[in-house]
Design a protein around this ligand. Structure first.
Ligand code: RIB
Ligand code: CA
Length: 331
């Protein structure tokens, strides 16, 4: 306190904005992948999207790669390179989900060849070169489809783990069963061997399984808010998700449709919207009824060290508030 009782306040230092997350999105667009990509590309202050790598999954590689380029064009983010990756899983026969995402992988909207081409080189080469050269534990990977590309990169150059900060996966299912079999979720079922390679690599791993994505569902009101944005991104997300959600609404009798992959990006942007726990998880890649199952030891009965952060709950209203607010920023 100065003489005379004048109080001086310490100069208000600018609040240090968190460093943007250096991010690579690996994806098989796919309706919900498109929403995830829009959300990420609408958030450049928080997410430094280094590249998009594509993989066969919902539809074959040629279509997932075209669709990734389309979303990039719609978001006016053509500076983000798109690298095409694996056209088939490590071991099993290829599996697609055109029954859910449509033959073109983008239901409800016109699909066409985008202007900007793919980047030179493959997704696996890009991952190996980028992660080898990266500063220690500096790059975040969001895996929104079968984990084949990262598994191949790890097989080719195990040392790339040095460049990985964390891997956040949309995949797996525990409490309420699977979506492609009674126990397995599609991304795991489509390439369980790849998921085992990623799990065994020891990277910092977070899963957003159906346990949480089936709790964050569309509704007429939530979709209406997106449509009322009045911009291209809002109307495209509305048209795509309205079409895509109907499959799950009819198939599961859910009150709305999940936007699985977009929860991964929301988790990166606002982790406080989600709850989970560290636990031991194992993946079943044996032929049979358990193929592709993620066994999440939620209560620690196997007494094994935790190897994954398993997200089980999310604030659905908070998610749609974030998604709507970010979509409004796009053209
Ligand atoms: O099971 C849902 C997942 O499978 C999502 O990533 C969806 O896009 C499909 O790839
Ligand atoms: Ca996907």
């Amino acid at each position: 306190m100065l003489p005379g009782g004048v109080v001086t306040l310490a100069p208000r230092l600018p609040v240090q904005a968190a460093q943007p997350i250096d991010l690579i999105i690996d994806t098989d667009p796919g309706a919900d992948d498109v929403v995830a990509l829009f959300l990420a590309m609408a958030s450049p202050a928080e997410l430094n999207l280094r590249a998009i790598t594509t993989v066969a999954g919902n539809v074959p590689l040629g279509k997932t790669s075209r669709n990734a380029r389309l979303v990039r064009e719609w978001a006016h983010r053509e500076e983000v390179p798109v690298y095409a990756g694996a056209s088939r899983p490590l071991v099993r026969t290829p599996l697609y989900a055109a029954n859910v995402h449509g033959e073109e992988g983008l239901p409800g909207v016109p699909v066409y060849e985008p202007g900007e081409p793919l980047a030179e080189g493959t997704a696996v080469q890009y991952l190996v070169e980028t992660l080898k050269a990266a500063a220690p534990h500096s790059i975040t990977l969001a895996l929104l489809g079968p984990q084949t590309n990262l598994a191949l990169a790890l097989g080719q150059a195990p040392s790339i783990v040095q460049g990985i900060k964390q891997v956040v996966v949309m995949g797996g299912a525990h409490f309420n069963g699977g979506n492609v079999s009674p126990v397995a979720e599609f991304n795991l079922f489509a390439d369980p061997q790849a998921a085992k390679v990623v799990l065994a690599s020891g990277v910092k791993l977070t899963y957003l399984p159906l346990d949480v994505t089936h709790k964050i569902l569309t509704s007429e009101a939530r979709l209406a808010r997106i449509r009322q944005l009045g911009n291209q991104a809002g109307s495209r997300v509305y048209d795509i998700i309205r079409c895509y959600a109907q499959h799950d609404i009819d198939h599961y009798g859910l009150p709305g449709g999940p936007v699985h992959d977009a929860t991964v990006i929301a988790y990166l942007l606002k982790p406080h919207l989600f709850k989970g726990r560290d636990l031991y998880m194992a993946i079943d890649a044996r032929d049979g009824v358990g193929f592709g199952q993620t066994l999440a030891d939620y209560y620690g009965s196997l007494k094994q060290p935790a190897n994954v952060h398993w997200v089980t709950d999310g604030d659905a209203e908070g998610f749609f508030d974030l998604l709507t607010e970010r979509l409004a920023r796009l053209p």
